[in-house]
Design a protein around this ligand. Structure first.
Ligand code: AMP
Length: 543
């Protein structure tokens, strides 16, 4: 499938763990071990004075100096800065993720030789800024990200090929209607997909960026802390960063053991004091029942949105380390009336699927005549233009592309200028939210500047959205009366500009310690902030 120089590499850049895989000489996906010999690398970064540790070593170092430890940066992808300062400074999440990618790349290269091209996976519901940030993290790590694909799609490909309902070309003998339930370390999503031959058609997708194994861990953190304080009431281990790290480690260990056993004993020590307690699986399930219920509710909702009943489903796939908790399979069996399929390599399925897909992408670039799988995704959030309702002057979100619309898709809508003599027009693009734009995520804004004098109020402005299959969005605004068709790049509301990426890249290649973000204490030495809008033109009205 791939030539010796272009290796098919797939990377699952997870919230808690990451995996890198490649297609071997027989076209079979294989995970690549890191320098510690493990196939999964904790997505954890520790900033030293003059260097960076990633993975297991970072966790060890972070136990003593938690203020230099970055975990779960994936949750903040698309935000301007990682939620927690590291040694007093703020860093963009894509910079933190780039360290993880750089380790995966460097370690893999010792096994298979140098490469730059790779496919990276993202959760299906990752919005535009989060996808862009993922691509930027790849760039900063020296990777040429040939594509990003959705984790459930990658998982379905890998599962299908591994368990034989797809052949090695990713082709199904009959139509398969697949539900993919993916509960990872920090995120949850459900995808409903139809596979006919080599056509992958996503019917609906939904999820929760803030729900994953870590939330189960926190339930146990609370329990252990409570038990500890029953004995040592003046000592709250949660208030001490080192105590908290230890609580989290103990909680995760107990959780994993409870996937194998009916009960575990928990031993926790803090500041010379200790406790011992027994926890049963039943008690753990009771403690976290509401979390599991959230996944049940989302699964049922997404199935309904696809227009399916459980009797339509031919495969129910479990993905993500947290779906090892027996409560997950039990709940899904009860809900669907069928036993879920679990892959042989639950942790590696996504990276394997990405590697198979990378092979497909690379083969597309050669003269190969082999038919290739086609993947049709849907958008997981409605995409709207935030405008002002002419009659009421209230904010109003005009949906351009409704949720779960098959991609690629183009949409056009006509708005009008709000005031006479308007010198510029701004198109505010948002994802999700309600009809007034509440709870929506700003995606960016397109601005047409330098409009000529005397433009009457109500001048039509065409807005065109192009949403590509990989979830990337281009927005164009046009004033037909003046025949002005500015090719407008979205001024991104969050994340890094191209210049900032270049700056970070320079810093990362010259010094191993990245510069701080603007706004943090040494901000003068940092790269420039996102370009502020000197003057914000008034929004446009819906016609
Ligand atoms: P992922 O992001 O898919 O690698 O999932 C990582 C999550 O799976 C973490 O929250 C782990 O604690 C959790 N996990 C891994 N193995 C188990 C297990 N045997 N039982 C329960 N949770 C697990």
């Amino acid at each position: 499938m791939s030539t010796p120089t272009s290796k098919a590499i797939g990377i699952d850049l997870g919230t808690t763990f990451s995996v890198i895989a490649y297609l071997d000489a027989n076209g079979k996906p294989k995970s690549l071990p890191n320098s510690e010999g493990d196939f999964i690398t904790p997505s954890v970064v520790f900033l030293e004075e003059d260097g960076v540790l990633v993975g297991k070593e970072a966790i060890k170092a972070g136990a003593l100096e938690p203020d230099r430890l970055a975990q779960f940066a994936k949750r903040d992808m698309g935000e301007a800065a990682f939620s927690k300062p590291l040694a007093g400074e703020l860093y963009p999440p894509e910079v933190i993720q780039s360290f993880v990618l750089a380790k995966l790349k460097a370690d893999a290269e010792t096994k298979i030789g140098p490469f730059t091209q790779a496919v990276i996976t993202v959760p299906a519901y990752f919005n535009e800024p989060r996808r862009k940030a993922t691509q930027d993290a790849g760039k900063l790590a020296g990777l040429d990200v040939i594509d990003i694909i959705n984790e459930p799609t990658a998982a379905a490909i890998a599962f299908g090929v591994e368990s034989g309902f797809l052949n090695e070309k990713g082709e199904s003998a009959k139509t398969e209607r697949v539900v993919i339930y993916d509960l990872g370390g920090g995120t949850f999503d459900v995808t409903i997909m139809e596979i006919t031959g080599q056509e992958y058609r996503v019917k609906a997708t939904g999820g929760d960026v803030y729900l994953g194994g870590i939330d189960w861990d926190y339930r146990l953190v609370e329990l252990i802390a409570q038990k500890f304080m029953e004995k040592h009431s003046d000592l709250d281990p949660r208030e001490d960063p080192v105590g908290m790290q230890r609580l989290l480690r103990e909680a995760e260990d107990a959780k994993r053991s409870l996937s194998q056993r009916e009960s575990v004993s928990i031993i926790f020590e803090h500041k010379g004091e200790g406790i011992r307690a027994t926890l049963t699986r039943q008690a753990f399930e009771h403690l976290s029942a509401d979390l599991l219920e959230r996944t049940r509710f989302t699964t049922q909702t997404v199935l309904r949105e696809a227009g399916w009943e459980w009797s339509d489903v031919t495969r129910l796939l479990l993905v993500g380390g947290s779906s090892r908790m027996p409560m997950v399979a039990n709940m899904l069996t009860k809900l669907s009336g069928r036993a879920p399929d679990a892959s042989l390599s639950l942790d590696e399925a996504v990276a394997h699927g990405a590697a198979i897909y990378a092979g497909v992408k690379l083969a597309q670039g050669t003269s190969s005549n082999t038919p290739q799988p086609t993947i049709q995704n849907v958008n997981s959030h409605a995409l709207s233009v935030l405008g002002v309702e002419a009659a009421t002057g209230r904010p109003r979100a005009q949906v351009m592309i409704p949720r779960n619309t098959p991609l690629p898709v183009n949409a056009k809508s006509v708005f009008q200028t709000q005031k006479p003599n308007q010198y510029s027009v701004v198109v505010n693009v948002v994802q999700g939210g309600d009809a007034s734009g509440n709870n929506s995520t700003p995606i960016g804004r397109c601005v047409i500047r330098d409009l000529p004098d005397g433009l009457p109020q109500g001048t039509p402005v065409e807005v065109i959205f192009r949403y590509r299959s990989n979830g990337r969005l281009t927005v164009k605004a046009r004033v037909p009366r003046l025949n002005i068709e500015a090719t407008l790049a979205i001024e991104r509301a969050s994340g890094l500009t191209d210049e900032a990426i270049q700056d970070w890249d320079d810093y990362l290649t010259e010094k191993r310690q990245p510069p701080p973000l603007p706004g943090s204490k040494n901000s003068k030495s940092g790269p420039p902030p996102l370009r502020p809008n000197a003057k914000t033109p008034p929004p446009i009205k819906k016609r």
